[in-house]
Write a protein of this length. Structure first.
Length: 428
């Protein structure tokens, strides 16, 4: 292994650990709302406290989303390693302060600071990965980010909800985040914009960044990201409730299936990125498109089978569980294939000096889709329950939302025509 490749792998490992830790911190509040309320940090009555608890997620999320574009522009103007280091320190410090919370307003404030930094970190990382990985390795680079984010979800639930007292959990994760940010920055020193491509970036201009967004393939990728993300927002938020309602199984068992699903999603990121990288190295320009189309096609059918499966209501036998669980795990693995390739395709079609800005818009659209999924599921479930029993209504709502992936599939087929000509390398 060359020294350069060894450095790249070390950066990716440190980056993946950083991502895992800050996503653990992001998801941890969901596991510790009850003890927070018992200690008096979340106000309200038995009927109203959930409203105050929801603000701890929604306000940081909306404020962070509103400032995402700013972080993307800064990533292009001052470089990614320095900004990523600052954001890592801010996230780590704010998580430590969560562990020291003494009032609701204090808790809301530090979580908002964390949310601002956390939302801004994603476009910075999206732009940083192409700086350290050449085009034929970007699938694995982005898979490291996405797989770590999924494992961060599981880690946050376990660390905060099972292993540690919640204050200790936040302080520990925050300190670990700070400690990881330091070596990541040291390893990344000297990595300039366009480093992996040996590109010489031009002077940044917002007008140039906006022109980059108008690239045909980039516009197509942006157009498909909301319908692509909406089903994911529904799945991650309502999966346990759906299985309880549709299958009639206990919450603990449904949560266990969700844990297996998280592992399958992480595996799908890695497989999808690796398969596409292999095809690209062999000279297949549309390798990422092919892997994504195959993934969506197989995954959609498997997920459709799981959602509509005629499950024997209330049964917890392995004989009853095995077929639909296999369908679910298969569907989630395959439908995850496109995620690292969406980022790779966008980075291949945008000049290095504009990627932060472009990915900030991508992140806003992606976040909008994830936030819309639960809301749309609630609306559709209520609509179908006017005419059908609850078990049937939630199935129709879920299938309707999942069918949005067909839009993404069609757009990927269009990208097969535009992508070969729209790549930066094709301009040279």
């Amino acid at each position: 292994m060359s020294q350069g490749m060894g450095r790249t792998n070390a950066i990716l490992v440190a980056l993946a650990i950083l991502v895992l830790l800050y996503f653990a911190g992001y998801y941890m509040p969901a596991a510790v709302l009850t003890p927070m309320r018992k200690e008096g940090l979340i106000p309200g009555t038995k009927q109203t406290w959930r409203f105050y608890a929801s603000l701890l997620r929604s306000i940081p999320g909306y404020v962070g989303l509103a400032l995402t574009f700013v972080w993307g522009v800064l990533a292009d103007k001052i470089g990614r390693p320095r900004l990523l280091f600052v954001l890592g320190l801010v996230m780590g410090s704010s998580l430590v302060l969560v562990g020291l919370a003494h009032s609701y307003l204090y808790l809301l404030l530090v979580l908002t600071i964390f949310g601002i930094a956390q939302a801004g970190t994603s476009p910075v990382i999206y732009a940083f990965i192409p700086d350290i990985t050449p085009p034929e390795r970007r699938g694995v680079g982005y898979a490291a980010y996405y797989a770590a984010s999924v494992l961060g979800f599981a880690s946050g639930m376990v660390i905060g909800g099972i292993l540690l007292y919640w204050r200790t959990a936040f302080i520990g994760v925050g300190l670990a985040l700070i400690l990881v940010a330091i070596p990541l920055y040291m390893l990344s020193r000297g990595i300039r914009i366009g480093y992996a491509e040996q590109a010489t970036p031009t002077t940044y201009s917002l007008r140039g960044a906006l022109r980059a967004i108008r690239n045909r393939t980039v516009l197509l990728m942006m157009g498909q990201i909301v319908p692509w993300a909406i089903p994911w927002g529904f799945i991650t938020y309502y999966a346990v409730t759906y299985l309880q309602t549709r299958w009639g199984i206990p919450r603990g068992l449904a949560s266990g299936i969700l844990a297996l699903a998280a592992l399958s999603i992480a595996l799908g990121h890695v497989i999808g990125g690796k398969l596409a990288d292999n095809l690209v190295r062999k000279g297949d320009v549309n390798g990422r498109v092919k892997v994504s189309v195959i993934g969506i096609s197989i995954g959609f059918l498997a997920m459709l089978g799981m959602l509509a499966y005629p499950y024997p209501y209330g049964s917890t036998s392995i004989h009853a569980l095995l077929p639909p669980v296999i369908l679910a795990l298969t569907g989630l693995i395959f439908t995850t294939f496109p995620y690292p390739n969406i980022n790779s395709v966008i980075s291949d079609c945008v000049r290095p000096e504009y990627r932060g800005t472009v990915f900030s818009l991508y992140n806003i659209l992606n976040g909008t889709g994830w936030a819309t999924g639960p809301l749309l599921y609630g609306i559709l479930s209520e609509y179908f329950m006017r005419s059908y029993p609850e078990r049937t209504a939630v199935m129709y709502a879920a299938v309707s939302i999942e069918s949005l992936w067909i839009i993404s599939l069609v757009i990927w087929l269009l990208v097969a025509k535009t992508y070969p000509r729209d790549r930066i390398s094709a301009e040279k």
